[in-house]
Design a protein around this ligand. Structure first.
Ligand code: ATP
Ligand code: MG
Length: 394
């Protein structure tokens, strides 16, 4: 009987290895996020190595659910089931023979990495020795380029870890390692993708959604909640702030010429969102805007709209992406199906056929000077509701 213990071996995002003096901070965040994601199902404390972690797996039936959880942990580049044994060649050989027994693969290779340079053989020598051994034992041919079975061996002073399969994770910087940002979440396709991109750069996300209920039905609010629930799988808990915009729109409709409405809506949204973001201690505001996609996203209008920001930077992670690429990302993320559910967007409401594509801040400021912006903003903030989401849902 082979002396072994089964684990899931998790490899953290390789970019974290480049972080120099901050590497430990990033790794600690990654490990802590990983622990939280599997807290209710793990079978003993994970064992942390430098760029990898071993999660004990005694009960095989937990593998599918752990597999699903690990795919959603940002900061995990790949993972696989793995078996450990003593770091000597005889133990490794007997473990491999146990693992490949009955395999119907037609080709294989051995890929060794060796962090303990004092071991008697180097990695190519170990590959050769083990390759010959497995070939003689099973008759399977060696194929270094496209093997059906890639037997990975990691050896250090403490242990040898053998794994056969490899599953891709989400990669990215661990959520929280870059602080918190607030995402302006519409019911559309773009903003959930923008949020996910910021998560992959290590941001914890708060969400802000403006809705025109009861001027229109409440579908957009439900869509926003569904999208937040989906994205919460990657950060375990989220806050969505639902801001009523109907009153503001009613007032603007009577005072603002149609061609300027979208720009005014957006400037008001940003002012309110900046206030809420600061209250939630977010360090930036994020939108799903992409240059030239619609009239409010021309260079002039982005500039006119963005100028109302007083304290926080505004990030537009999709600014250079085309719609087809964004749709592909939304499909992969799973948000696309929610985004395409029909709803009345609060900005498409009462929008003219020919909105201004060019604008100047001064003409907009003149229109705004006739409005009581402060009371509009205060009222919207006072009437905002919060919705908190958690994952896994208990
Ligand atoms: P999306 O697909 O994200 O809705 P879009 O291409 O439809 O984007 P717009 O509707 O002009 O473009 O919105 C641009 C950005 O403004 C959105 O990506 C989002 O960040 C923000 N935004 C628009 N509407 C709302 C809303 N109702 N609540 C919060 N943010 C919004
Ligand atoms: Mg939209």
């Amino acid at each position: 009987m082979v002396k072994t213990q089964q684990y899931i071996q998790v490899h953290f995002f390789s970019e974290l290895a480049l972080k120099g003096g901050n590497r430990q901070m990033f790794l600690q965040q990654a490990r802590s996020n990983l622990n939280k994601a599997i807290r209710d199902i793990n079978e003993g404390p994970p064992i942390h190595r430098s760029m990898t972690t071993l999660i004990p797996l005694h009960d095989e039936s937990l593998w599918p659910v752990l597999n699903e959880r690990l795919k959603n942990v940002i900061g995990v580049e790949r993972f696989e089931r793995a078996w450990t044994t003593n770091p000597d060649l005889d133990s490794v050989k007997s473990l491999i023979s146990y693992l490949v027994e009955g395999s119907n693969a037609n080709s294989f290779r051995i890929s060794t990495s060796r962090s303990d340079k004092s071991l008697p053989l180097n990695s190519p020598q170990i590959n050769q020795e083990l390759g010959t051994y497995v070939h003689e034992l099973t008759g399977i041919g060696i194929d270094l380029n496209t093997p059906e079975l890639n037997i990975r061996v990691r050896m250090d002073r403490r242990e040898a870890v053998i794994s056969l399969e490899e599953i891709r994770g989400a990669s990215g910087m661990p959520v929280g390692s870059s602080g918190k940002v607030a995402v302006m979440l519409s019911g559309g396709i773009d903003s959930p993708v923008a949020a996910f991109k910021m998560m992959l750069r290590g941001c914890k996300i708060d969400f802000i959604h403006f809705h025109s209920f009861p001027l229109v039905e409440g579908t957009s609010r439900e869509k926003a909640k569904d999208i937040v629930n989906l994205l919460t799988q990657f950060q375990l808990n989220s806050r969505l702030i639902l801001v009523p915009f109907a009153e503001i729109q009613k007032q603007l409709i009577v005072t603002v010429p149609p061609a300027y409405r979208v720009i005014l809506y957006r400037r008001l949204m940003l002012r309110i969102a900046e206030h809420l973001a600061i209250k939630e201690k977010a360090g930036a505001l994020v939108t799903g805007e992409s240059l030239g996609q619609v009239s409010s996203q021309t260079l002039e209008n982005l500039s006119t709209i963005g100028q109302v920001m007083k304290h926080l930077p505004i990030f537009r992670p999709l600014i250079g992406s085309d719609k087809q690429a964004i749709i592909r990302e939304a499909r992969a993320l799973g948000s696309y199906e929610i985004s395409i559910i029909p709803d009345q967007d609060c900005c498409s409401l009462f929008v003219p056929k020919h909105p201004r594509t060019r604008s100047h801040p001064r003409e907009i400021e003149l229109i705004e000077s006739k409005l009581d912006l402060n009371s509009m903003i205060t009222q919207a903030i006072e009437n905002a509701e919060t919705y908190d989401s958690r994952w896994p849902v208990k």
